[in-house]
Design a protein around this ligand. Structure first.
Ligand SMILES: C[S@@+](CC[C@H](N)C(=O)[O-])C[C@H]1O[C@@H](n2cnc3c(N)ncnc32)[C@H](O)[C@@H]1O
Length: 338
């Protein structure tokens, strides 16, 4: 069962120290990685790609993400990045939220934080901001409270190739749920597996550091997410990851790995049901998100064209703004109730 998998892992502290060492001392740039897991990122949206081009080189060179968890339409929003590393996604988010929004990155590795902090003020100046809206905090994603991150404070939590490295993933999900505002969203990319990995794979330190050995079996992830309060997790995108190195391939065998971007909404009790139900509701996208003027993609099976009426289940209506709760509410008209 799920609890057996957790028990067979090396001690949590050992895992954290070994990951810290990997990202602080072993790796210097993304070229040092042995698998494509941490760099499997698909091409970001053109609006995001343009922002990324203006980010300082040192920050970009130490990017180890496996996706592009940067939602559009986040002007004025508060964003938290779990395991922010050298800060690439935080820098991009700082530009996307604009001067009235704010971004906090949290990471446990001093060397990564130093790079992230070194360029922040200058970068904010380059964006023309009076105050820097970008802050980096040292701490563990399993213990956000200890790092001074309070409940109900963020519109969005993002993360890029980090949760797989955590020895206590259910706790990370509970912490994210706690710090999100009602109507907020955990929008994040990570590595997943098509099965539960056996003990000898989980204990392989290089494979753990490379974001492979700690990959959750997708169905276990969904179970943990639901237990933490995130009903109805949605997949935005999914791409296979190859383990090319023959020695590492021999350890993982036939296990298949994927980089997946999930969207988990925090909505009031009862709004997200375990199964989708049809209440005869419909939604209309207003076309108001910059970069998505013609259509909005909620997940891999929901694309809403501007101005077109679409029938949706209650869960989808909730995610898009039923009762004005979701952060997406300003961009959608919701027709009908439950
Ligand atoms: C694969 S890198 C990704 C970094 C960054 N998100 C990016 O896309 O470049 C993983 C990062 O997560 C951090 N990390 C891993 N486990 C952590 C934990 N339990 N608490 C805080 N940070 C953690 C590491 O220090 C490292 O900087």
């Amino acid at each position: 069962g799920v609890s057996v998998v957790t028990k067979t892992m090396p001690s949590n502290e050992m895992t954290l120290e070994s990951v810290k060492d990997y990202y602080g001392k072993v790796l210097h740039t993304s070229k040092d990685l042995k698998t494509s897991a941490c760099t499997a990122s698909g091409r970001p949206h053109p609006v995001v790609a343009k922002v990324i081009r203006s980010i300082p080189k040192e920050v970009r060179e130490k990017f180890y993400g496996c996706g592009a968890p940067l939602p559009l339409g986040i002007e004025g929003r508060s964003v938290l990045d779990l395991g922010s590393g050298s800060g690439r996604d935080c820098y991009a988010a700082a530009a996307l939220v604009g001067p009235t929004g704010s971004v906090v990155g949290i990471d446990m590795t001093a060397e990564q934080l130093a790079v992230a902090r070194a360029h922040a003020d200058q970068y904010c100046k380059s964006l023309g901001y009076d105050h820097c809206n970008l802050k980096f905090v040292e701490g563990y994603i399993e213990r956000l409270e200890e790092a001074g991150i309070e409940a109900n404070t963020f519109d969005l939590v993002i993360s890029n190739c980090v949760v797989n490295l955590s020895p206590d993933k259910p706790r990370v999900l509970r912490e994210v749920y706690r710090v999100l505002k009602q109507g907020g969203e955990f929008y994040f990319s990570d590595v997943y597996c098509d099965r539960r990995l056996p003990k000898h794979v989980q204990e392989h330190q290089v494979l753990w550091g490379e974001c492979i050995a700690g990959a959750l079996y997708t169905n276990d992830f969904i179970r943990y997410a639901r237990q933490a309060g995130f009903g109805d997790p949605r997949i935005l995108s999914s791409a296979p990851i190859e383990v090319h190195d023959p020695e590492l391939k021999a350890v993982v065998g036939e296990a298949k790995f994927f980089s997946i971007t999930y969207r988990l909404f925090k909505l009031p009790e009862g709004m997200l049901e375990t199964l989708c139900e049809d209440y005869g509701q419909a939604v209309r996208y207003k076309g108001t998100i910059k970069g998505m003027e013609y259509s909005y993609m909620l997940d891999d099976h929901h694309l809403f064209e501007k101005g077109k009426l679409s029938l949706v289940c209650g869960n989808t209506a909730g995610m898009l703004g039923e009762n004005g709760v979701s952060w997406l509410a300003p961009h959608f008209e919701i027709i009908g109730d439950r």
